[in-house]
Design a protein around this ligand. Structure first.
Ligand code: EPU
Length: 441
């Protein structure tokens, strides 16, 4: 099967992009649907590889899940028959560990493999497991099989404070909290808007989830049952990919629908970089090239900061900027797999050392003193880019590589299209609509 893109770059991209639904909401709403009674109708679900793999996984457990219209997924879990996630599926999808919640809810006991997903650092789930234990779940890990065995004896209750926030961790513990007869409190939570969308979906079906400053409180919920179809929010990460590509290619692209509050930190920094931005309406933005791009240094951080998922796209814009800029990744370790690949296009990027006074606090991953980390890069803008053969190794890096090839003169091959397509719906079609020359080979 063809898994590469042939890209002929060097053209300004112009036109309109309609965003797909957010991957990082779609996956969680699908998993949570297994805690509902009756049909669950989810709209705006992107047909991306991660979603399609997750649908296969839940079907393997006996759940009925079908796309009825283009992006409408109908799920009914009344025939859920297995409490064991198959390794073949579980190892593919990072969020498969979130199935702890529905499987414990339905069976009181379950077997879930250590999660797979994008190769961005070690990505342990230690804080999340500690959280499950704190809420009363009994959990063992079998190093031989790679499976967790979890059990509920008493209904979850109590409090857990994340030592450092975790996005999916917050969501999983919140879903565990839905089983409480009393109260569950989760503190030092992640604040991504994708979590708010999940809360909206659960509360509209009978959950009792309340957000306070940096805290989520769950009290006894009714049996979850959908009153009406739920439409998930647009993908902010997709917006950033196309907006930076539009400006870097000296093009002009209108993107919708997106709520501006979800991308405030991105808009601010794009303006500083000298990108043209026109707010056409509350939900529609035009991103265009209006002259020289300024070099801007960024540091990633959880919401409301500059998101880690956006930094590979930022690197693409900075390749076209005047002077040099620095990207410092604080959330994940090892999220620069695109650097060596972009160099093949002629990009000038170097890893640099920055002295951080209190790295254990500064970085969001579990910093170990004796290990060597490469968390900062310096990009020299303005170098001529030429064609090359590139290999994708993780999703967001993949988008950066395809975009890099779209900026470079000549024909490039980008291998690993299926990794990019884990998170981008109709990437080829959307780029072609903007006048980009790309095809699958
Ligand atoms: N971490 C631990 N232990 C834990 C949990 C997290 O060390 O128990 C570390 C992680 O390795 C990372 C940091 O803490 O260094 C933050 O991780 P977090 O748990 O917040 O990230 P995540 O939940 O695994 C989600 C998104 C990511 C997005 C981040 C940040 C999903 C499926 N994934 O990951 O999205 O970058 O939050 O917002 O929601 C992507 O879409 O490409 C993607 C990677």
């Amino acid at each position: 099967m063809s898994d590469s893109y042939l890209i002929k770059g060097g053209k300004p991209l112009k036109g309109e992009v309609i965003l797909s639904g957010a991957k990082n909401v779609a996956l969680k709403t699908i998993i949570a649907a297994l805690m509902f009674k009756g049909d669950v109708i989810l709209k705006n679900i992107p047909k991306i590889n991660d979603v399609l793999d997750l649908v296969k996984l839940i079907k393997s457990l006996g759940v009925k899940a079908d796309f009825t219209e283009k992006n409408t997924l109908v799920i009914n879990s009344s025939n859920l028959k297995s409490n064991r996630v198959d390794l073949q599926y579980g190892s593919k999808i990072r969020v498969s560990f979130m199935l702890f919640a529905p499987l414990l809810h339905r069976f009181g006991e379950c077997f879930v493999p250590n999660p797979g997903g994008c190769r961005i650092g070690a990505r342990p789930i230690d804080r999340i497991i500690k959280g499950l234990v704190a809420l009363g779940i009994i959990i063992d890990y079998d190093t031989e099989t790679g499976y967790y065995h979890a059990k509920i004896v008493d209904k979850p209750k109590g409090a857990y404070r994340f030592e450092k926030p975790s996005h999916t961790g917050t969501e999983l513990l919140m879903m565990i909290g839905l089983m409480t007869e009393e109260k569950v409190e989760i503190e030092n939570i992640a604040n991504e808007p994708e979590i708010d969308d999940l809360i909206l979906y659960l509360n509209s079906a009978g959950a009792n989830i309340r957000e306070e400053k940096n805290k989520i409180i769950i009290t006894k919920s009714s049996e979850l049952k959908q009153k009406e179809a739920f439409t998930i929010m647009s993908d902010r990460n997709e917006l950033v990919t196309y907006a930076t590509l539009a400006v870097a290619s000296e093009g002009d692209v209108i993107i919708s629908p997106i709520d501006k509050n979800l991308i405030a930190s991105f808009l601010k920094i794009m303006r500083e970089a000298g990108a043209g931005i026109e707010e056409i309406s509350n939900y529609k933005y035009r991103f265009f090239y209006k002259g020289e791009i300024n070099s801007i240094n960024i540091e990633t951080s959880p919401h409301p900061g500059f998101m880690t998922d956006w930094q590979p796209s930022w690197a693409i814009l900075m390749l076209k900027a005047k002077g040099s800029s620095v990207i410092h990744e604080r959330v994940f370790e090892n999220r620069f797999s695109y650097v060596e690949e972009l160099k093949k296009l002629g990009a000038k990027i170097d890893f640099v050392d920055v002295l951080i006074e209190n790295p254990e606090f500064f970085y969001h991953f579990n910093f170990e003193k004796e290990r060597l980390y490469r968390q900062t890069i310096k990009i020299q803008g303005g170098e001529e880019l030429h064609n090359a053969i590139l290999d994708i190794s993780d999703l967001r890096a993949g988008a950066a590589l395809a975009c890099g090839a779209l900026l470079a003169d000549g024909e490039s091959i980008v291998n690993g299209a299926s990794i990019l397509e884990r998170g981008y719906e109709n990437f080829v079609e959307k780029v072609r609509k903007l006048g980009g020359e790309i095809k699958k080979v």
